[in-house]
Structure formats: structure tokens, C-alpha cells
Design a protein around this ligand. Structure first.
Ligand code: NAP
Ligand code: ZN
Length: 351
């Protein structure tokens, strides 16, 4: 074991504080990374503040699952990475590799999946600690190759916000000629816009923030609707093939089901703890479907990163020092993020 620097919360109400955590020395199958950037996902906030009743937080909690860094050491059996390579780690750090979910590249649903933070760590007997840290040790199977042509601060958010929006867009067959809506222009939403646009769709953003209209167009939307304006919303009734909903709080889903065409799909990726209200009538008139989507497996994550490399896609980031993580969380709660916070981990050296 060795000591790593990290930022942790000690309880749901505590601010972040500098701490020291123990990481394992790399086993033969492990890759050790020096973390260069870590994105801030709204899930980090939900988890740090113990907002998910189904996934109680174990404290101290070190969040962070949008990790990009440089390989510092590899175990003797590692074949795909060597010291000095750039690499990424997302929401998963382990799974059994043998179950039907792993065999079909859905490691996130493996009964033995291990999440990057707040999950039982079979190596240490404690919980896993995430990317708000100067280093991490991860099994090679969960380490991603990072395209060399992309800015690293903007690559980090691809490891969660990227794959979480890429997966449902691909599953729904989004392509040229489809009309796709993206609800909520935050970290996930702005990646959804970039991907839907790159896949050839006609993209409409729904935002509660009138000040984001220009940015939405710049990010790739063809049209922007301020969702609090009922008249603007009704213009799109019955017209969408798919709507991707990234909103982190409970809101009215019927406003969006109403905008789907026959057989259209509304996919939820936003994860508030409280239930949404859904009337059967909103779905049965028009054979509509409502579905959900959880991050994505390792192979699709690599495909998404390779697609980003080919198309020059990264997240639009505000780079912050780790000392500003509490302030960043407060801004997330005010929907004031443009459009992902990416922590420059060099700031942890002086902390
Ligand atoms: P974020 O950056 O905070 O963006 C959320 C956006 O939703 C806000 O910027 C805002 O956009 C909109 N919004 C917020 N509160 C709202 C409200 N009360 N009513 C309507 N719109 C509201 O968050 P994120 O990191 O993208 O994450 C979004 C959600 O996805 C979180 O719940 C997170 O836990 C979840 N998540 C799920 C997965 C998965 O695998 N399914 C993976 C990662 C994250 P506007 O200003 O444009 O309205
Ligand atoms: Zn996330």
C-alpha cells in the first residue's frame, strides 16, 4: 500500500478537505495513473451529499469518475499500457468478466461490478476512492486509451458524461434525418448535443436557462426551446424520434412525452432520488416508450473515445483548482456550469 493525496467529504454536510488515502501497490494486472484532470459529475454531488437512498454513502467519500492521467507504473502482466501513456478511467474499476453482462460489454450491470468510488473494494476491504486524488490503481481491463489529439481537461468528462449520452443515442439508432431533443444543458446535456449533432440528427435543446440559448446553438443545436415557455414547447408537439433527458431534479415528463412522434422514445439519464409521475395515457397514445440508461460498458466507452478522437470532440470545460470544488458544487445546483468543471490535479500538489 502507499499513500495518495485526495480531497474527501467526512459527512453529507461537510465541505471538502484535503486528506491522505491508501492505494494498493499495482498487482500484475494493474495500471497506476498519475491523475492529471478529473471532471465533476452531478453524481459526485448526489453521492457526496448522500442523496441516493439506494446507494448510501460511506464516509470519508472521495468522489470522481471522470479521470484522465498518465501511466506511472504497470504490473508484469499488463500488455496494453506502459509508463508514460495517457489513459482514462470512468465509473467502473472492476467486474467479474465472466457473467452474461460482462460477456456482452455491459460491465455496469455485472452483479460483481465495482464502481470507482463508494463501492466495496476487494483489495483494501474498505470502499473505493475516486479521482479527486493524485493517483489511482486500476485493473488494466478498466483502463481506456485516450486519443492523443484531444485536450486532456476536456477529455476527462467523456469518461462519464460522454459515455452516458453516447450509449442511449446509439441504442436508439440516432442518425441523419432523426429529430432528437436534449433536455438540460449541463455536463451530460452538452455532450448529448455534440454527439447527436455529430451523428447527423436535427438537434433541439430544451433548457430552463434563457442565458444558455446562444451557447446551445454554438455547441451544435439547430434549435433551442426555453422549456418554461408553453407556447414554444407546443410548436414541437408530436415531432421527436427521441428525447434524451439529463435533468438532475424531478420535473414534468409529460411535457416531453407530448413532443414525441408515434413510437418515439424518451430516455432518462438524469438521476434524482424522488420518483417522477407518469400517466399511462402519456405513453399509450402514440405507442411511446420511456426508458433509462446507465453509463456504458468498457468497449462502447472506447468506441466513444475513438469517435471523439476522429471528430475532435471534447467537453467544454471550466478548469478549476481542487480548492474550488465546494464552490463548483454550489454552481451545479444553480445550473451554472459551462459546461463541465474539470479539476486540474496539479493544484493538489500544493494543497
Ligand atoms: P449538471 O451539469 O448539473 O446538469 C443538469 C442540468 O439539468 C442543469 O444544467 C439544468 O440545465 C437542468 N436542470 C437542473 N435542475 C433542473 C430543474 N429543477 N428543472 C429542470 N431542469 C433542471 O448535471 P450532470 O452532471 O449533467 O448530471 C445530470 C444528471 O444525470 C444527474 O442527476 C446525474 O446524477 C445523472 N447521471 C446519470 C448517469 C447515468 O448513467 N444515467 C451518469 C452520470 C450522471 P438547464 O439550465 O439547461 O435547464
Ligand atoms: Zn458521472
Amino acid at each position: 500500500m502507499y499513500n495518495a493525496k485526495a480531497y474527501a467529504v467526512a459527512s453529507a454536510a461537510s465541505p471538502f478537505a484535503r486528506t491522505t488515502i491508501q492505494r494498493r501497490d499495482p498487482t500484475p494486472h494493474d495500471v497506476q495513473l498519475e491523475i492529471l484532470f478529473c471532471g465533476i459529475c452531478h453524481s459526485d454531488l448526489h453521492q457526496a451529499r448522500n442523496e441516493w437512498s439506494g446507494m448510501p454513502t460511506v464516509y470519508p467519500c472521495v468522489p470522481g469518475h471522470e479521470i484522465v492521467g498518465r501511466v506511472t507504473k504497470v504490473g508484469s502482466a499488463v500488455t496494453r499500457f506502459k509508463a508514460g501513456d495517457l489513459a482514462g478511467v470512468g465509473c467502473l474499476v472492476d467486474s467479474d468478466g465472466t457473467c452474461p453482462e460482462c460477456q456482452s460489454h455491459h460491465e455496469q450491470f455485472c452483479p460483481n461490478a465495482v464502481y470507482t468510488y463508494n463501492a466495496p473494494d476487494r483489495h483494501t476491504g474498505k470502499v473505493t476512492y475516486g479521482g479527486y486524488s493524485d493517483s489511482i490503481v486500476v485493473d488494466e481491463r478498466f483502463v481506456l486509451r485516450v486519443p492523443a489529439n484531444l485536450s486532456l481537461a476536456g477529455v476527462a468528462p467523456l469518461l462519464c458524461a460522454g459515455i452516458t449520452t453516447w450509449s442511449p443515442l446509439r441504442r436508439q439508432g440516432v442518425t441523419k434525418g432523426r429529430k432528437v431533443g436534449v433536455v438540460g444543458l449541463g455536463g451530460l446535456g452538452h455532450m448529448g448535443v455534440k454527439f447527436a449533432r455529430a451523428l447527423g440528427a436535427h438537434v433541439v435543446v430544451f433548457t430552463t436557462s434563457p442565458a444558455k440559448v446562444e451557447d446551445a446553438l454554438r455547441l451544435g443545436a439547430h434549435e433551442v426551446v426555453v422549456s418554461r415557455n408553453a407556447k414554444e414547447m407546443s410548436k414541437h408537439a408530436g415531432s421527436f424520434d427521441m428525447i434524451l433527458d439529463t435533468v438532475s431534479a424531478v420535473h414534468d415528463l409529460h411535457a416531453y412525452l407530448h413532443l414525441l412522434r408515434r413510437d418515439g422514445n424518451l430516455t432518462l439519464v438524469g438521476a434524482p432520488d424522488e420518483p417522477h409521475a407518469v400517466s399511462a395515457f402519456g405513453l399509450i397514445f402514440g405507442n411511446k416508450s420511456l426508458s433509462g440508461s446507465l453509463i456504458g460498458g468498457i468497449q462502447p466507452t472506447q468506441e466513444m473515445l475513438d469517435f471523439c478522437g476522429e471528430h475532435g470532440i471534447t467537453a467544454d470545460v471550466e478548469v478549476i483548482p481542487i480548492q474550488k470544488v465546494d464552490e463548483a458544487y454550489e454552481r451545479l445546483l444553480r445550473s451554472d456550469v459551462k459546461y463541465r468543471f474539470s479539476i486540474d490535479m496539479a493544484s493538489l500538489k500544493s494543497a
